[in-house]
Write a protein that binds this ligand. Structure first.
Ligand code: SF4
Length: 376
C-alpha cells in the first residue's frame, strides 16, 4: 500500500471503529475521557482541563434498555446513546456533557442524571436567542461552570493546560479540516462519500493534536496527486448526520459523491471561523453564537437554504441531499423551508430519511435512482 492509501486507511478505520480508536487514544494520551453529546459543545474547555473529549453520536441499532427512558419515536442517536449509557458502555467516562440544543437533548440530560448516578452529567445551556449581548455573557458564565465542574473531577495525574493552548490546538484542527473539505472536490474517486465521512468522524475519538498531524500528512500526500475527473453524481449533503453505513455504501454503489456538506456531525463542527478580537473564551463563545444553518438554531431568517445554494453554485454540483434524521423535529421543520429556498434558485433537492437502524436499503435505492433519472 502506498503512503497516501495508508494514511487514508488509518483515519478511515479509526472513524469506523470508535471503541478501539478511543482505547488507543486513552493509552496514547494517558488522559481520562469526557463524553460530549451532540450537537455543539465548547470542547476546548474539556481539553484544557486535561481530559480527552470523546464524541458520543450513537452508533448502535438494537435497543432493549433505552425504552425505559425514551419513547420509541425519539431520534436514533439519543436512543442509541441512552442504550449505551444503560448497558455500561460509558463506564470509562469521567463525565458527560449534554448541550440543550433541542427538546430531546433537554429530556435526555435529566434522564441520564437518574440512569447514570455514578457518572457526573454536566448540562450545558446554550442560549436560544444568540443575537443579544446577554447570550455572550451567559455563555461565559456557563464556561466557568463547566470548567469548575471538570476541575473537581481532575485526579492528581491530570495535566491541565492554559485555555489559550487548547484553543490553538482546536484552531489548527479546524483550519486543517477546512483544507480537507476544500481539497476533497478535486479527488472524488479517491475520497468516496463513505471515506470522507469516516475520515471526518475519526476526530471525535482521537486527541485533536494527534488527529491534526495525521490529517496534515494525508493532505500533503493527497495534493501531490493529479486532479481527478469524477464520472458520477455530485451532491452536497445537509442534515444532522449521514452516519449510516448502508446508506454510505449505497451512495458509493450508485456513483454518488459528497462534494461538500452542511452536516452537524461533519463540517459544521469546524466551519464557523473564530472572531479576530477578544479573549479566547470570548472567541469560543462567539463560535457557538456565530454558527449558522443548523436546524436547532433559532434563526429568524433561516439562512440554510441559501447557504446551501451558495455552496452548490461554488462547486457546480448536481443537487442537495437532505439527510432527514428520523424523529428529529428541528430537521422536519427546516426541510420544507430549505426545499423552497433551493427551488427558488432552481436547485434540486433529494430528501432521504436517516436512521442508524436500517432494515433494508432497496426502497432507498429505488428512490435515489428515480430521483437521478427524473432530475439529472
Ligand atoms: S437535534 Fe434531532 S437528531 Fe439531534 S438530538 Fe435533537 S432530535 Fe436528535
Amino acid at each position: 500500500m502506498d503512503r497516501l492509501s495508508t494514511l487514508i486507511q488509518d483515519l478511515y478505520e479509526a472513524g469506523r471503529h470508535p471503541k478501539s480508536t478511543i482505547e488507543a487514544s486513552l493509552k496514547y494520551t494517558g488522559k481520562s475521557a469526557v463524553g460530549c453529546f451532540p450537537l455543539f459543545l465548547p470542547e476546548e474547555l474539556i481539553y484544557a482541563s486535561g481530559f480527552l473529549p470523546i464524541g458520543l453520536w450513537g452508533g448502535i441499532s438494537g435497543f432493549q434498555l433505552a425504552d425505559r427512558y425514551l419513547q420509541s419515536f425519539a431520534c436514533s442517536i439519543m436512543r442509541a446513546n441512552m442504550e449505551l449509557a444503560l448497558n455500561g458502555s460509558y463506564h470509562f467516562l469521567k463525565a458527560i456533557l449534554v448541550p440543550s440544543q433541542c427538546d430531546t437533548l433537554k429530556c435526555v440530560c435529566e434522564n441520564l442524571k437518574v440512569a447514570l448516578p455514578a457518572i457526573p452529567i454536566i448540562g450545558v445551556t446554550i442560549p436560544n436567542n444568540r443575537t443579544i449581548q446577554a447570550a455572550h455573557q451567559q455563555l461565559l458564565c456557563e464556561f466557568d461552570y463547566i470548567t469548575e465542574s471538570l476541575r473537581k473531577l481532575q485526579d492528581p495525574s491530570a495535566k491541565p493546560i492554559p485555555i489559550e493552548e487548547a484553543f490553538e490546538v482546536y484552531q489548527k484542527y479546524r483550519n486543517c479540516m477546512m483544507d480537507f473539505i476544500t481539497t476533497v472536490p478535486r479527488y472524488l474517486n479517491t475520497i468516496t462519500a463513505k471515506m470522507r465521512h469516516y475520515i471526518i468522524k475519526a476526530a471525535f475519538f482521537m486527541d485533536k493534536a494527534d488527529y491534526t498531524r495525521k490529517m496534515e500528512a494525508l493532505l500533503i500526500e493527497l495534493k501531490k496527486q493529479p486532479e481527478e475527473t469524477f464520472h458520477g453524481t455530485r451532491l452536497i449533503a445537509t442534515g444532522i448526520m449521514i452516519d449510516s453505513e448502508p446508506v454510505l455504501d449505497l451512495l458509493t454503489d450508485l456513483k454518488i459523491a459528497v462534494v461538500d456538506d452542511l452536516l452537524c456531525q461533519e463540517s459544521m463542527q469546524f466551519r464557523t471561523p473564530p472572531r479576530e478580537k477578544g479573549s479566547v473564551l470570548s472567541k469560543i463563545a462567539y463560535r457557538l453564537l456565530d454558527l449558522q444553518a443548523a436546524s436547532v438554531l433559532y434563526e429568524p431568517m433561516k439562512p440554510r437554504g441559501n447557504l446551501l445554494g451558495d455552496i452548490v453554485e461554488t462547486h457546480h454540483v448536481d443537487a442537495v441531499l437532505f439527510c432527514l434524521m428520523k424523529f428529529c423535529d428541528p430537521e422536519a421543520f427546516d426541510q420544507p423551508l430549505v426545499k423552497k429556498d433551493l427551488k427558488d434558485r432552481g436547485i434540486k433537492m433529494l430528501s432521504i430519511e436517516i436512521d442508524q437502524h436500517v432494515d433494508s436499503i432497496e426502497q432507498l435505492r429505488t428512490r435515489i435512482q428515480g430521483f437521478l433519472e427524473m432530475n439529472l
